[in-house]
Design a protein around this ligand. Structure first.
Ligand code: XIL
Length: 401
């Protein structure tokens, strides 16, 4: 029997609802003037039922404008299907980016999120432009809600992202002096990392520091503060939370590319200067028909620098329309990336950049592409979900040593 979501309420779209004039229902209704025709009775009954459901859900939501209190974040027991979280080996975090808009409004999104993932990354709400829309005016509620949800569902939180060329608040001006901008950056990192100390296991401290050719990307931070901004950012984050794992995160580095070589040299150099770069994140926004070369070997050479590695933003976009063949190709690439991560003992986290085609940045960032996630727009598992489950269940020999 298919399930549909209408206005937030799940209604069986199978056999029709019970007739309204049953003695039980009539007993419920106050004596009303008998209406002329049956349909009006049905309409009346449906409206009443909906009112009851809404009233119940408001009571359940703890009544603060429909956003559940942390107690109400407790999601129901998992679905009766294989879930990534249940299939995952104990030392591997299977995570996803979270769209806070759906987290707040969609119970099915929430239950799938809780059932399939033991780690979460805020897709948007911890980015600087979203957090501090005006100087010293932080909008903590959305990230706090995500952290509360994660805590209520036993999920690790991966913070994203402290320093980035994008999502810089509009009020930050490049006309300010280097000293002013340096102090602003220090204050931002310290404020955010301190607030979530002990609640966030890892941070993307610096995101997308490299340009496509492997040189340092031009940004307000590089232009005004010079390359030293990277080391400063990691040191400030480490001071604010010495226990958080600190990552440098980038894309186009998932295979043996020039950019990956440049990132490898940058990490080695920073660590040789004692800069606390403790992890390297590989975003992995992939095309189903473009396999990165030697993913596992690439992860291994970074791991050999003494850092943790992680797949941080995996999605596999399809040239639309999606066909059964393309979905199989997609499933194989998802499985391939997971296999590479599981083959490297220090690959601590495997995160998808969203899990449902109903909420994927690919749809609007890559015209003509889409269907990039492991669940479809109806939250039905796709072949990619099954291939990840299969890979997670693969018996693995204990890593050497
Ligand atoms: C994307 C979000 O998914 C979009 O919703 C937003 O419009 C732009 O940013 N690399 C990153 C992510 O590090 O933060 C980006 O997320 C995708 C690319």
């Amino acid at each position: 029997m298919a399930e549909e979501v209408r206005g937030g309420t799940v209604c069986a779209s199978g056999p029709a609802a019970p007739e309204p004039d049953t003695p039980r229902l009539r007993a419920l209704l106050p004596p009303l003037r008998p209406p002329a025709d049956r349909r009006r009775w049905i309409a009346v009954a449906v409206v009443l039922l909906l009112l009851v459901v809404v009233a119940v859900s408001c009571v359940d939501a703890g009544g603060d404008g429909g956003r559940p209190s942390s107690a109400a974040w407790q999601t129901p027991a998992g679905p009766d299907r294989p879930t990534l979280r249940r299939a995952a080996p104990p030392n591997v975090r299977i995570g996803t980016a979270v769209d806070s808009r759906l987290l707040d409004t969609d119970p099915r999104y929430r239950s799938t999120l809780a059932a399939d993932f033991n780690a979460v990354t805020p897709e948007y709400v911890m980015k600087w432009a979203a957090l501090e829309r005006a100087p010293d005016r932080y909008d903590w509620e959305p990230p706090d809600r995500l952290v509360a949800f994660a805590e209520a569902n036993g999920q690790a939180v991966y913070g994203h992202a402290l320093v980035w060329h994008s999502s810089v608040p509009a009020w930050v001006s490049e006309s300010w002096s280097p000293a002013q901008l340096r102090e602003l950056l220090r204050k931002h990192i310290t404020t955010v990392v301190s607030r979530y100390r002990g609640k966030v296991w890892a941070w993307d401290v610096v995101n997308e520091a490299l340009a496509e050719n492997g040189t340092l990307r031009q940004s307000i931070w590089l232009r005004k503060l010079g390359p030293g901004y990277l080391a400063d950012a990691f040191r400030w984050a480490h001071e604010a939370d010495p226990d958080a794992r600190l990552f440098i995160n980038d894309y186009g580095t998932e295979g043996r590319t020039k950019k990956a070589d440049a990132l490898w040299r940058l990490v080695r150099q920073l660590r040789s200067q004692g800069v606390p770069v403790q992890g390297v994140g590989f975003q992995s926004h992939l095309r189903a028909d473009q396999d990165p070369t030697d993913i596992a070997g690439n992860l291994r050479r970074f791991a050999a620098l003494g850092v943790a590695v992680a797949v941080t933003e995996l999605d596999v976009r399809l040239q639309l329309p999606a066909t059964p063949e393309k979905l199989v190709g997609q499933a194989l690439l998802y499985q391939h990336v997971l296999e590479a991560c599981l083959a490297v003992p220090t690959c601590e986290s495997f995160t998808l950049w969203g899990f449902t085609d109903a909420s994927s940045w690919i749809t609007y960032h890559y015209p003509g592409y889409g269907a990039a996630c492991v669940f479809d727009g109806e939250l039905k598992p796709k072949p990619a979900h099954a291939s990840l489950i299969a890979e997670l269940r693969e018996p693995r020999s204990a890593p050497p040593g």
